[in-house]
Ligand binder design. Structure first.
Ligand code: A3P
Length: 305
């Protein structure tokens, strides 16, 4: 992807900030196909469904907000572009060290910007992101051979992360989680990952934290970019993980002082990056209540957090 694309997007977000701050902070969330969408996002979701022409080579990262999207965006970018930036430890040249975001959201960015965005500057394979539930994906995404990487997270940590984020950016909330219900979002992709494992790769933040090397290798296999023996021996996986680590990314100048979207600062996307932080903010009883709801909702799926 070339610089022009990002400069264009940057200027859009600054304009967008002033023209639509009111709408962005609005808490209205209509229900669409069983999920809550902010009203200001609606036209963009519809435009994306209508116009997005999926390519078989596309790789689309799907998450619920606050599930670790920033982390996996960085990992996927580094993984797919590793030949181009053959030394992932070279602090001078890798775009991840100076730019954020590098992976644009479909409905949350590209189709807010234009009804029918031009993808001419995107390198192949196109790496894109979305928060859309499976049922709201453009039909062509579902019908094509493009690959979906889904990342989810323990809902308790997700909730606490979202709570901090909304406080930080002064977003007024109305108790309905954006793109929720959370369990239906997760279940939609979990089901598809079982039915079409070649299309949907299902990941958990906690598993990534526990054994990132194993999961990044699986991810590389899934996106058709497996690590060679030489790369494995040479520590390429570890290099990518080091570069994309919370400690590294959160201390980069671009992430300490840069901003995006409606003026939201990049640093808002880096808080603690830990598993189980919910326990510092919720009582055990509150945690149990959330676990109880999740067990009830997920019990047929075999999925556990
Ligand atoms: P916490 O608020 O629990 O710290 P998203 O990118 O989907 O908005 O998710 C943000 C969450 O991912 C935040 O969680 C953030 O700290 C965490 N995060 C960001 N970068 C990360 C990284 N490189 N490694 C692990 N977690 C990261």
């Amino acid at each position: 992807m070339r610089d022009a694309q990002y400069h264009h997007q940057e200027s859009f977000w600054f304009e967008f900030q002033t023209s639509s701050q009111q709408r962005y902070f609005s808490c209205e969330k209509p229900l669409f196909k069983g999920f809550w969408f902010p009203s200001w996002l609606f036209n963009s979701v519809l435009a994306c469904q209508k116009h997005f022409q999926a390519h078989n080579s596309d790789i689309i990262l799907v998450t619920s907000p606050k599930s670790g999207t920033t982390w996996l965006k960085a990992i996927l970018f580094a993984l797919l572009n590793r030949a181009k930036y053959s030394n992932p430890n070279s602090e001078q040249c890798h775009p991840l060290l100076t730019r954020n975001p590098l992976v644009p959201y479909l409905e949350f960015q590209l189709y807010l910007q234009q009804e029918d965005p031009n993808y001419a500057t995107f390198a192949s394979p196109r790496l894109l992101a979305t928060h859309l539930p499976y049922s709201s994906l453009p039909q062509l995404v579902r019908d094509s051979k493009c690959k979906l990487v889904y990342l989810c997270r323990d809902p308790k940590d997700n909730f606490i992360s979202l709570w901090h984020f909304t406080k930080k950016i002064m977003l007024k909330e109305n108790g309905l989680s954006m793109y929720g219900p959370y369990w239906d979002h997760v279940l939609g992709y979990h089901k598809m990952s079982l039915e079409m494992p070649e299309k949907v790769f299902f990941m958990k933040y906690e598993e990534m934290k526990e054994d990132p090397c194993v999961h990044v290798r699986r991810l590389a296999d899934f996106v058709g970019c497996p690590f060679s023996e030489e790369e494995l021996r040479g520590g390429t996986v570890e290099g990518i993980l080091r570069m994309c680590s919370f400690d590294n990314l959160s201390t980069l100048e671009v992430n300490k002082s840069g901003s995006r979207w409606t003026g939201v600062e990049n640093k808002s996307f880096f808080r603690r990056g830990e598993v189980g932080d919910w326990a510092n903010y919720m009582s055990a009883e509150m945690g149990e209540r959330i676990d109880g709801v999740m067990e009830e909702k997920l019990h047929d799926s075999g999925l556990k957090f």
